[in-house]
Design a binder for this molecule. Sequence first.
Ligand code: TRP
Ligand code: SF4
Length: 339
Amino acid sequence: MTVASSKHENQRIVSGMRVTGRMHLGNYHGALKNWLQLQHKYDCYFFAADWHALTTNYENPKGIVAQSRLLIQDWLAAGLDPKAAKIFIQSGVPEHAELHLLLSMITPLSWLERVPTYKDQQDKLKEKDLSTYGFLGYPLLQTADILIYKAKFVPVGEDQVSHLELTREVARRFNHLYGDNTAILPEPAALLTKESKFPGLDGQKMSKSYNNTIALTEDPESVAAKIKRMPTDPARVRRSDPGEPEKCPVWSLHKIYSSAEVKEWVVKGCRSAGIGCLECKAPLIASIIAEQKPIIERSKYFAANPQIVQAIIAEGTEQARDCAKQTLQQVRIAMGIAE
Ligand code: TRP
Ligand code: SF4
């Protein structure tokens, strides 16, 4: 099977990641691995959402340019291929912003106010003043990100489903108002990423806000130190106390990283106190480090050659703009402000 013939060339996929720092293993096993698969099957547009980062972080935007580039550097290190996918930074394609503005004309406030993430995030991020116009508009900006490329599918997690629903409603309203119901802006479908509950160092979901992450490109020494410090089944006070893997966050990681044989060794050894916790952690440390090795090597290459990353972004930006400009001109004409 050749790549070309198996690729749904004309089915476009768009997805973005908010710029919040470097990738961690949870992001990698969730969204990014999915992108790596999709890039060979669809016409993919992947971007670092720097404007979306500003919606919540407008008070502290320092370093966002560097962070966007490092985020993309992590994608490239993980194997995202600029020959297969268009890779860019959102603000490099100002067409998103003009479409956002034009769509704001037809979007009832109530549609934005009832998007559940609006109130949820305001409650969760109490220390920030999110009673801004930009934050209310977050899902409409996302709508513009998607519709500007006439995406067919949008790979996202469960938490983004309400944003996709808004996207579809806005597209429908636009087509109804300006398209004689022809689909100038086709309605995209969510391509749900399997709920990735990738476990963090404390057993909770791995997340920057829980401070329980391992970076995708974390140093091997640091990986080993972090795993060695992980809490285990509290019943194992002494080496001779038996434990129960199901009560241990280390086991959650074994389930992802270890072979059937190793897992059996863990379960037996833990329940019989035949192995100690440090011993149990050793093959896990080895597996994580082995997974990261080629990624870290590529990351070092890109870090040493930042001009290559910047050239990849510049090319992706140009390709994305070619597509975005066409849609935008159709929208301007449909709305009567261009001929
Ligand atoms: N809101 C998305 C998130 O937090 C990121 C995002 C911005 C996005 N624009 C997008 C995702 C467009 C898909 C398509 O995960
Ligand atoms: Fe956890 Fe392994 Fe220790 Fe059992 S032996 S408590 S699974 S680290």
